[in-house]
Design a protein around this ligand. Structure first.
Ligand code: UTP
Length: 602
């Protein structure tokens, strides 16, 4: 960096002996000019005009500089390289050959699965949970934050409550199993300016859903600077020439944030071993957590990606082993649009195709990761948590010289293994989709356009998936659960199973559900069964209607039995365009008409 200031900066009053700007602000200005960004000052009037805005500009630049590993200069440098690669059409997987990595494929409810669940519950007290919840959710288009949405509307429990109750249930079960004092499992939420305040309010107005406030930490990710051309010139905010336009950097930020927060070291000192990353709207995830954590522990995986069977060409990434000509290897998520060309270019003329199992040989990534804390810290000490980024500019034309709108660098949390040494143990755990994955990402209109056979990933399908999973689990535990009927809500054809819902503490693992289901019970399709409480046993119950059981935790074993028959709770269609219906409800396309129920309180 040159020591003397460019003359035009001096003319703007930005100089070493300035009374208005601090030395560090002057330093930032120099850095910007050095990095080819003098244009950001071009519209500045001389000293004495808009001084407050100018200082605010430097405040923003300081924030952009400090929140990126290596600072803003590093960001600009990385952007130039990635934009040049993008312009040249360079394939990030050049020189790599894909193959199927090794991992664990689980079958729900068999001995192997139950063993892993037990190991997982035992390990849970040595785990920390990290929810990435900074996303805008543009595809869903919901006005609130996604974690505040009901995961299902039978009880109305929102995603955040469900997640917290699941962690609390794990915490209790784990400490009990290990005959140890009750652990306090740390729960981190990564937020962004789009979600931070509302996430905080949701927690505070609900007493943290039963968690100790000190157990919960919010880490806010910052946005990154937008770029207006291939030279990575910073884009100014169209509404304020004293601000740089910014956009989200992606969920990959979670690694550098965790690292810089000091939490990882704290956890290591406290004897923790695992960090589990998960996303904002998957109501099934915690059914997969105990067994997957068990796999991590039993197999000694440093990185364990949760996965589901993937149909060829399905729009989820495939977990792939990549071997480079120079001997480098990595196990990594390859996005579905990159997997097909990569396979074709490496001797698989059919590209992304199903194998004899009827599925792609590459497991489908659902982006829930379990990392071993020790190797994770070691790696982050080298990288600072910086994740390999990508850029996705929308070019105006084939010359690729200008963009339709500004772009920015992005990074994804699942790209963490890209920098790992070949000795790292990177694996995956495959579960049935019905058990593990039903995110709420798409608005009703887009979901209705999803090609037949592909998942809707809507509020409608996310809710129905919870009923289906609970029905299938009870079936496997010996309850006669009637078959579902098919109905159409918001233009989406879904299976409607009995609306069976339980709190995580009732049935955290399959063995626990089996212990609490006895004799010969049946549940008809039109039924609703809500189990609120820990010590409830379902025994010789014949349910055709709605039954809600509320039992206090200190209640002795509460038996639910006999014949229960009433009009029950009926699903009634609503139109998602009907503004008189609350948004949380109409994005599902149905509401619940509670006609008649039996409610038992113990
Ligand atoms: P999604 O792929 O669902 O993206 O993110 P999104 O931004 O929330 O939604 P769209 O793409 O605009 O529709 C997966 C997870 O990563 C989080 C989301 O909150 C979600 O849990 N995320 C995403 C972040 O935490 N930060 C980001 O910058 C982006």
């Amino acid at each position: 960096m040159s020591s003397s200031l460019p003359e035009d900066l001096s003319k703007l009053g930005i100089h070493d002996s300035s009374a208005l700007f601090t030395p560090s602000q002057v330093g930032l200005a120099k850095m910007l000019v050095e990095m080819g960004q003098a244009h950001v000052f071009r519209h500045w009037p001389g000293p004495g005009v808009d001084d407050g805005e100018k200082i605010a500009f430097f405040d923003q630049v300081a924030k952009l500089d400090s929140s990126y590993p290596g600072g803003l200069a590093s960001y600009i440098k990385n952007a130039r390289e990635l934009l040049a690669d993008s312009k040249a059409g360079k394939n990030p997987f050049d020189g790599f050959t894909p193959s199927v990595p090794t991992g664990e494929v689980l079958t729900f409810g068999n001995e192997n699965f139950n063993n892993f669940e037990e190991i997982g519950v035992r390990e849970a007290r040595k785990a920390a949970f990290v929810l990435v919840a900074g996303g805008l959710g543009e595809r869903l288009g919901y006005n609130g934050i996604k974690v505040a949405l009901p995961s299902q509307t039978t009880t109305g429990t929102c995603f955040l409550q469900h997640y917290i109750e699941s962690v609390l249930a794990l915490q209790e079960a784990s400490s009990k199993l290990a005959e140890d004092v009750q652990a306090q499992i740390p729960f981190v939420i990564m937020t962004s300016d789009d979600t931070h305040v509302r996430t905080e309010q949701l927690l505070e107005s609900n007493s943290y859903f039963g968690m100790q406030p000190t157990q919960v930490k919010l880490l806010k990710q910052e946005k990154v600077a937008c770029l207006e051309d291939n030279d990575a010139r910073l884009a100014l905010d169209p509404n304020n020439k004293y601000r740089i336009q910014t956009k989200p950097h992606g969920h990959g930020d979670v690694h550098s944030l965790l690292y810089s927060s000091g939490l990882l070291k704290e956890w290591q000192t406290a004897g923790l071993r695992w960090v589990l990353f998960f996303q904002d709207t998957n109501g099934l995830l915690f059914k997969a957590i105990p067994s997957a954590l068990g796999v991590s522990s039993a197999r000694g995986f440093h990185v364990n990606s949760l996965a589901v069977p993937r149909k060829a060409k399905e729009a989820i990434g495939g977990i792939t082993k990549l071997t480079h000509e120079d001997g480098r290897t990595m196990v990594i998520n390859v996005e579905y649009n990159q997997l097909d060309p990569l396979l074709r270019a490496t001797g698989h003329p059919d590209g992304d195709a199903n194998c004899e199992t009827g599925f792609s040989p590459f497991p489908g990534n659902i982006n829930q990761l379990i990392l071993d804390l020790g190797p994770y810290i070691e790696e982050l000490q080298k990288t600072g948590g910086a994740i390999k980024e990508f850029v996705n500019p929308k070019y105006k034309d084939a010359t690729k010289t200008s963009f339709k709108s500004s772009t920015r660098l992005e990074c994804m949390m699942q790209d963490y293994p890209k920098t790992l040494p070949p000795t790292a143990r990177v694996g995956f755990t495959v579960m049935d989709t019905w058990l593990a994955y039903a995110p709420v990402k798409n608005n009703p209109e887009d979901a209705a356009k999803v090609p037949k056979g592909n998942p809707y990933h809507s509020a409608t399908s996310g809710e129905m998936a919870i009923y289906r999973a609970n029905s299938l689990i009870l079936r496997k535990a010996g309850v006669q659960v009637e078959d579902p009927v098919t109905e159409v809500f918001n233009g989406q054809e879904v299976e409607v199973w009995p609306r069976i819902v339980w709190q995580p503490k009732w049935g955290l693992t399959f063995s626990e559900v089996k212990r609490k289901v006895r004799g010969s019970s049946s549940v008809s399709q039109k039924s609703t069964l809500v189990l609120n409480g820990k010590n409830i046993v379902v025994e010789d119950l014949s349910l055709d209607g709605a039954l809600v059981v509320n039992a206090r935790d200190d209640a002795e074993e509460v038996k639910v039995e006999g014949v229960v028959k009433n009009k029950g709770w009926r699903l009634e269609s609503v139109d998602y365009k009907d503004a008189s219906v609350p948004e949380e409800i109409r994005i599902r396309g149905f509401k619940i008409n509670k006609m008649e129920q039996l409610e038992k309180n113990f």
